[in-house]
Design a protein. Structure first.
Length: 205
């Protein structure tokens, strides 16, 4: 086999492996899955999702965790409750607390309004479902809405065990309505929620 043939074969194998994985690399695949996780993901779950053996996945996860710590990233990857999940780094707590407290006086952002609307119309709903509807990660927004008392936990999903969220009485109070039945009939338009902004904008006031 010539050198060019060998290189072509190796390149073809790499492309096939990437296509099967559905991501540029195993590291990228694991990061993407963990970013969407509502709950800690077990190594075997990551292995099943990436179609790779546990023996190959586990060292990569541990390498990522060590790398984030070594580089002093704003987040770290922790092994908790039999799985892995991203958390804000403890050393960043003063910053996060200040940002959350300052945000109490600020109006809700467009991202917060859209996330709140998805929860209002589809509650009880998991964080993963909200992310799927909006097409972006909503972890930070969910925390903001929880802190401001507009949403609350509503148990867990029977199948996935993901935490479910619903709106609160305070949410109804800020909108000036007595029940969710009084919300505008926009559920069929999700995730196109532009018209709802006028209704929810007062929540941040």
């Amino acid at each position: 086999m010539s050198e060019e043939t060998a290189q072509g074969s190796a390149q073809g194998s790499a492309e096939e492996a990437t296509e099967e994985l559905g991501a540029p690399s195993l590291r990228a695949a694991i990061e993407a899955l963990l970013l969407l996780a509502d709950e800690p993901m077990a190594t075997i779950t990551l292995a099943q999702a990436t179609r790779r053996p546990v023996e190959e996945v586990e060292p990569v996860v541990r390498e990522l965790a060590a790398e984030y710590t070594e580089q002093l990233r704003g987040f770290d990857l922790r092994e908790v409750a039999g799985g892995w999940r991203f958390y804000t780094r403890a050393e960043c707590s003063p910053l996060i607390e200040r940002w959350v407290l300052d945000g109490q006086q600020a109006r809700l952002t467009q991202a917060s309004l859209e996330t709140l609307a998805v929860i209002a119309y589809q509650q009880p709903v998991s964080r993963g479902r909200v992310s799927a509807v909006r097409g972006v990660n909503v972890d930070g927004v969910i925390k903001t809405l929880l802190t401001r008392g507009l949403i609350e936990e509503a148990g867990t999903d029977d199948e996935s065990q993901a935490i479910l969220y619903r709106t609160t009485g305070y949410f109804l109070e800020r909108l000036g309505i007595s029940s969710l039945a009084e919300l505008p009939p926009l559920a069929e338009h999700l995730p196109d929620l532009g018209d709802l902004e006028e209704v929810l904008d007062s929540v941040g006031g």
